[in-house]
Design a protein around this ligand. Sequence first.
Ligand SMILES: *[C@@H]1O[C@H](CO)[C@@H](O)[C@H](O)[C@H]1NC(C)=O
Ligand SMILES: *[C@@H]1O[C@H](CO)[C@@H](O)[C@H](O)[C@H]1NC(C)=O
Ligand SMILES: *[C@@H]1O[C@H](CO)[C@@H](O)[C@H](O)[C@H]1NC(C)=O
Ligand SMILES: *[C@@H]1O[C@H](CO)[C@@H](O)[C@H](O)[C@H]1NC(C)=O
Ligand SMILES: *[C@@H]1O[C@H](CO)[C@@H](O)[C@H](O)[C@H]1NC(C)=O
Ligand SMILES: *[C@@H]1O[C@H](CO)[C@@H](O)[C@H](O)[C@H]1NC(C)=O
Ligand SMILES: *[C@@H]1O[C@H](CO)[C@@H](O)[C@H](O)[C@H]1NC(C)=O
Ligand SMILES: *[C@@H]1O[C@H](CO)[C@@H](O)[C@H](O)[C@H]1NC(C)=O
Ligand SMILES: [Zn+2]
Length: 461
Amino acid sequence: MLLRGLLSVLFAICGFTIAENTGNGTSQSVKDSPPLLLVSFDGFRADYLKQYSFPNLQKFFADGVLVDDVTNVFTTKTFPNHYSLATGLYAESHGILASHMYDPETKKEFSVANDTDPFWWNEATPIWLSVQNAGFKSAAAMWPGTDIKIQNQTATYFLKYNSHVNFEERLGNLTKWLTEDKSVRIAILYWEEPDRSGHMYGPENTTRMSKALKEVDDNIGLLMDQLNRTGLWDKINVIVTSDHGMVQCSDKKLIDLNTCLNSSVYTVVDLTPVAAIRPLNDYSSVYNKLRKCHPNMKAYLKAEMPERLHYKNNERIQPIILVADEGWTIVLDGKLPRLGDHGYDNSLASMHPFLAAHGPAFRKGYRQQSMNSVDLYPLMCKILGILEMPNNGTFNNVRCMLVNQTCTELAVVVGIVIGVLILLTTLTCLFRLMKVRDMSSSRPFARLELEEDDDDDPLLS
Ligand SMILES: *[C@@H]1O[C@H](CO)[C@@H](O)[C@H](O)[C@H]1NC(C)=O
Ligand SMILES: *[C@@H]1O[C@H](CO)[C@@H](O)[C@H](O)[C@H]1NC(C)=O
Ligand SMILES: *[C@@H]1O[C@H](CO)[C@@H](O)[C@H](O)[C@H]1NC(C)=O
Ligand SMILES: *[C@@H]1O[C@H](CO)[C@@H](O)[C@H](O)[C@H]1NC(C)=O
Ligand SMILES: *[C@@H]1O[C@H](CO)[C@@H](O)[C@H](O)[C@H]1NC(C)=O
Ligand SMILES: *[C@@H]1O[C@H](CO)[C@@H](O)[C@H](O)[C@H]1NC(C)=O
Ligand SMILES: *[C@@H]1O[C@H](CO)[C@@H](O)[C@H](O)[C@H]1NC(C)=O
Ligand SMILES: *[C@@H]1O[C@H](CO)[C@@H](O)[C@H](O)[C@H]1NC(C)=O
Ligand SMILES: [Zn+2]
């Protein structure tokens, strides 16, 4: 009886875990799950949260989740990171590697201003397509890639990219789609600030940045109000995050390639802070000159890129990659292009964004120090109840953010089960010992009856 009780406890725990792990793109869970809204405020450096005040954002995660620091992917640029958030893949695996790319086989060129050829995006399946492939709909407002026919499909509802459409209009369209079409399961929203101000004024211009960040916080307020007014707030799961951080640049930190190399011997596919270089013929002479070019810039042959950057295994990565140190700018004309920039090594804290979440799927008042941006994808798949595509994320890194997960409390549960087991074993031994004493005095047959009735023993059930 004791054993049976313990086993049923164990089965209950295991059954719970097993039931949670049977995600299926077409299963019941998608039909019942509330929609998910994913929002990116471009260039929201993690430590802005500590330096500036965000009354609305604070309210948002006070009864939700905050992750202080998100390790994003290299290169820490806008397009690679937005595609990583949507796919859970490193840049080398999803194929959007930089703001400017060149494909040596097809001789095609990519830039953020000319991004519409699906060729560049087809190496991965972003989450909005997985939702559609599971029979549901998606809605998108300017998130990179959502207006492109990736694997022959755009997002179900989308806005063509236009930087002049303001936050309210983007949000208005999304909430309209969410309320009018109940089969919309994922909505994704992109906003250009505080990236734009960070580039223009530099993140250390506190006057300008506090103004830009107040506007961002006002927009978060607008978002909460709008969801509240449309009756979505209590039902919807909302994730607010960003693609990368920002660091101050300076005209005292310039690396001019022309001081090292004659421009006629190579072409530049992308320039700063990570340069992609194609030598025209003599690779080793170009590499040797670039290697010694500047103490604040590293030169790598493609095959020698450090493993941790996950920036090696793709045709679109050029033969030589130059990486400037934090705050340094690679130039060809001796002039500083921007007061703030990003794109640097993704191990730098200044390149990291944050993440906050709110909704029925999330814990309330839960705070976590760190995660990887690729972990977001398996988290979203779990919330939506869809199957994950192969990815580089780890659900275990983020499972504690969710209410329905056993999480680290599993250790506590195991502790309690073991504790109870020890206690019951001790009690059983004592009990048997007492019975043996009873038996030795008299009435041997009564003892046998007792044993048969063991299941209904009041002390142990
Ligand atoms: C997922 O759902 C489909 C369609 O209902 C079904 O054929 C398939 O067996 C399911 N897969 C799993 C792993 O449950
Ligand atoms: C955009 O890129 C394609 C190649 O992918 C090229 O054919 C086209 O000319 C480019 N358009 C512009 C406006 O640069
Ligand atoms: C792409 O979609 C269109 C219509 O949505 C369809 O006619 C066409 O066959 C599809 N092409 C491929 C390659 O799937
Ligand atoms: C949707 O966006 C368009 C601009 O693309 C804007 O004119 C319109 O007002 C927006 N709709 C709502 C409901 O906000
Ligand atoms: C911030 O930017 C403004 C506008 O460019 C400029 O006038 C001001 O001097 C800058 N402040 C600092 C501290 O750099
Ligand atoms: C939603 O609206 C109600 C009623 O106006 C208000 O009491 C509540 O504070 C609002 N909640 C949020 C999160 O804005
Ligand atoms: C670069 O090389 C070209 C061709 O070899 C030569 O004409 C030019 O003077 C060189 N420029 C510099 C700055 O050395
Ligand atoms: C990332 O995931 C992809 C898809 O599963 C896989 O091909 C690739 O090897 C992974 N990268 C690393 C570094 O594990
Ligand atoms: Zn960005």
